[in-house]
Write a protein that binds this ligand. Structure first.
Ligand code: SF4
Length: 379
């Protein structure tokens, strides 16, 4: 989430509003950025200004350090009473998601998310009122674990269905709460919405999956959740983050999924973001993608042979086997994506996923590629 810190004045409560840089009648109810004293300020929710003490007002004002604001007109912002400005919805991005909580019932050893105590379902409902969903093909719902408050999640989904019927919504969840069939029923019953679920499975060995997730019994809960979702014909994507603990298991996991979870519509094999727990546990979990090049290739080949749809997320072309490159997707959210200086001379930079800006370290093996990516058969 993009964030800047400002110096707040007159802020008693957090503010959610659309950002704008033009002060006119359409600025009503918005958060206005101004570099000089505005001639009028009817209905403005708050001002963002680059100069200290620029003008006197009883309305909320956030002074920031310079003119360079990372927001676009119509972005939805949240201003905390401490003066932190976060973007909740980027109008120009294809990666918008409702971030409903940062609390989780799993404790994955490589989770990039720093766990907190924020519950944001109501903030998301407020944001939903302000955004134009017709501009976005698919909406994400993420956390933390979005199913922790199932009733609030259902309320959010119903509100999306009402505002933008038949919108595609992808929920990132560990799937464990769907081991209770009544939770699946609640979501399956919602009309006029196309929900899909992205659910992590790290290994076909229960103990290994549980170790990575940090919760005993997580594997069986997730598998039961997957079967319950399948019972209600829900669309499911399996997500496997690759780390030191599971890279040798990728091929057998492919076979497990093919044999036991044939209803899965998509599998994503994912590189790690070295942030949060992945940074704290770096020595425990880290592995350079170059080191699992063969295992990744063999897993992808297995999925292809099983006629399952597989993609590789968060891994740049230069770190994977030639035959895997065609499966690499530009998957890193725009605000988190960056390139290293050596990428400047790379022939495939325009279509590469790049690397996580949020990672504290990157592979030493990133190097420019001189030829374009070709569709070589993965066999
Ligand atoms: S050098 Fe950079 S742009 Fe080229 S494949 Fe590697 S990460 Fe991508």
């Amino acid at each position: 989430m993009k964030e800047i810190k400002g110096n707040p004045h007159n802020l008693k409560d957090p503010i959610i509003g659309k950002f704008c840089t033009k002060n006119n009648i359409f600025a009503k109810d918005k958060i206005l950025f101004c570099t000089k004293k505005p001639l009028f300020s009817v209905g403005i929710k708050a001002f963002v200004v680059p100069t200290e003490g620029m003008f006197k007002t009883n309305l909320p004002v956030i002074e920031i350090k310079n003119n360079e604001i990372p927001f676009d007109d119509e972005d939805v912002l949240n201003i905390s009473i401490e003066g932190k400005i976060n973007v909740l919805w980027e109008v120009k991005s294809d990666n918008n998601a409702f971030y409903v909580t940062d609390i989780c019932n799993s404790k994955c050893i490589m989770c990039p998310q720093v766990e907190g105590s924020c519950v944001r379902y109501d903030e998301c409902l407020e944001t939903l009122k302000l955004v134009d969903l017709s501009k976005h093909v698919e909406i994400g719902i993420t956390g933390g674990e979005p199913t922790l408050n199932m009733n609030k999640l259902v309320e959010l989904l119903k509100s999306i269905a009402l505002k933008a019927p038949d919108k595609k919504v992808h929920i990132l969840t560990n799937g464990r709460n769907f081991s209770k069939i009544e939770n699946v029923e609640k979501i399956a019953k919602i009309k006029n919405i196309k929900v899909s679920f992205g659910i992590p499975l790290y290994s076909d060995i229960a103990e290994e999956h549980d170790y990575i997730v940090g919760v005993k019994g997580a594997f069986i809960e997730t598998i039961n959740g997957l079967y319950n979702l399948a019972k209600y014909r829900q669309e499911i994507e399996i997500r496997t983050v690759i780390l030191k603990q599971n890279y040798k298991q990728l091929k057998t996991l492919a076979e497990y999924i093919y044999r036991n979870l044939p209803f899965v519509s998509h599998v994503a094999l994912m590189g790690m973001e070295y942030h949060g727990n992945a940074e704290t546990n770096y020595d425990l979990v880290s592995i350079d993608p170059i080191e699992y090049k063969t295992e990744l290739y063999e897993a992808v080949r297995e999925y292809v042979r099983f006629n399952m749809i597989v993609d590789v997320y968060n891994l740049p072309f230069c770190l994977v086997h030639d035959k895997v490159q065609q499966f690499c997707r530009d998957s890193i959210s725009t605000w988190k994506k960056t390139f290293l200086p050596q990428c400047a001379n790379c022939a495939v930079k325009d279509i590469c996923s790049g690397v996580f800006e949020t990672s504290f370290t990157h592979s030493q093996n990133i190097q420019p590629i001189s030829k374009n990516i070709t569709d070589v058969q993965c066999n």
